[in-house]
Design a protein around this ligand. Sequence first.
Ligand code: ADP
Length: 675
Amino acid sequence: MSKTTSVLEDLLQALPHLRPQIYFKSSLTALSHAMEDQVLAGSDPPLLIANFQRERFYRQEAHRYRRIAQKTNQLYVLAAPETDFKHSSELYETVAFDPDDGLSQEWHLVAISRSYATCLICQDRSAPASDFWSAGEPGLDMPAMDQTRRFEGIWTFDRQVCCLAAELLLNRILSYRPELAEKIAIARQQFLIEMPPGFHSADPEPFAQRLVTYLQVGQYKLLKTYRSLATQERKERLVNSITTTIRQSLNPADIFQVAVRELGQALGACRCLIYRCKATDETATIGHEFLGSSVSSLAGQNWPLQNNPLFQEVVRRREGVWVEDAQTDSHLAGTGTRALVQKWEIASWLMVPVVYQNQLVGIVELHYCGGCPHEWDSEELTLVNAIATQVGVAIIQAEAYANLEELNEQLEALDRTRSNLIAITGHELRTPLSTIQICLESLSSEPDMAPELRQAMLNSALADADRLRKLVQDFLTLSRLESGRVDWNLEPLQLQECVDLALSSIRARRSNDAAPIQIAAQVPEDLPLVQADGEWLVEVLAKLLDNACKFTQPPGLVTVQAKRTGSQVEVLVADTGRGITPERLDVVFDRFYQEEGALRRTQGGTGLGLAICRQIVNSWGGKIWATSAGKDQGSQFHFTVPVAVVSGETGPQSPPGGGRNRGGGGSGRRRATLR
Ligand code: ADP
């Protein structure tokens, strides 16, 4: 039954004088609506035949055809079925032609009454690539493209052409629905007739007016589409420029500066702000600002957040919030926010969160100032949201980079440690080892060696073995401390007792010095107990005393002092030795730091002593630092230990696992015993 022939071609064949024209879909829509309106407005029942190509195009107009059906019983609607469109005679005649019928490529509308005749017979000439219907994507929202679909054909008021077009179409209808033969014969009789001479068709002016109205509507739709395309393009350009900045810079300050400027300019805001903050922050410092007009700057200001209802709402909803008239909006009353609004002349206020993994990391704000409040439309809000998302990316990227830098620094430090370890191993380990080896080889190969020389060899080997032992011991100690593999036994202790133990250890250690350095300890009797691990406290004191003796030439003096400062006891180990230059006061605590470098050292030692001290002091929450007036001016090493809390006394909390007070002295002096 289906035909591949075209009604337009049949018409052109029959009336070769006709000159087909190109029509855009928007024009055909306007023409069709004007023709349908002419039918609806007229009192004269017409014959009306409409071919919609496909069911979906007909569905958009079905309501109009239900109304037209009330005007005439000679109404025929043709379409290729897609879902439920079928042959029917319910309200009017519907003809569901085969989808591969030539009819599916054509747009027809023929309206013939006794007072007018008009017809539109066109063929779809859209290039297949731009025909998104044939691509099978009916849901695609491309109104602009749809309106530019092109058709070629005839639109005319010529009664003869209209009658022939109707005849061709009625024949097609008959081929699908032969049961309508009688009704179609009536239509032919009533409408496809020659009008008597002197007949004047209806005044075309109302038709022309309707047509202009529809064309205007079409134009307005196009304008809207262009506007939305322009906004979309502006948004894309803005987002692109910020994305490019993000790609080119890892510095969030650069990125935020570009973002506030571009966004502020694009939206014509008086003030655009970006600042970093968390949901719990009381205030934020305005980091980046764009000023679009002569309003006062907020840059660097402390911007209240917690008592700002707008901020609270942003935190609650995790989306942009705005007030159009900040001067009168009741939400901003009574919180001090209104005062801000007045001070900074904010007329309209928009706050959009910068969120990363559901956490607030910053805010983008726009202010419109002066008299006239600004109404935000959805496109502006989408744009600000898109920028806020990019700003979030920049913040996270910068943080990731900062972490990476920190990691790099740690790696570099590790690398330095490793190199230092190699240097230490090369010198500190190899030197004593080779001395030991030479001494032992000489002793075994020369049995006749003089007893004094033998003794000297043995002493030298033993001394170097001791250096080696210390190095290995310090290294292992620091590793244990740094890896947290130490069980701390914090307990109330008498500092004097620890100082005594450290002094006796140092004296034993330096008993062989030709001219021992004088050491004086001045620990006040009424000093409170301290909360620390005794063994490690003695270790710190011993290492500091050892250094003080090591770096002080006779006849120098080393002193140990202590005093209470609030909830801490501050211990001082001072010497009159070679001193430390100001720029090295901090680095002396670094692992393997030695002023003269590992390879040139004369004093022995590992360069680990102060690093060990720092780890130990940190374990009880204390601090350690060095002071010195400079080279050859002596050094002072200070560290703090918390005062212990004993029953009946108020003071700082004992650390978890802290020990008990182990005794009480006879004369009211408290005593603690070291393990
Ligand atoms: P070591 O003493 O084993 O070299 P330390 O970690 O104890 O290692 O000390 C590191 C460095 O700090 C020393 O090599 C020295 O240069 C400097 N230093 C430490 N104590 C003193 C002090 N009392 N006077 C001068 N310099 C000191």
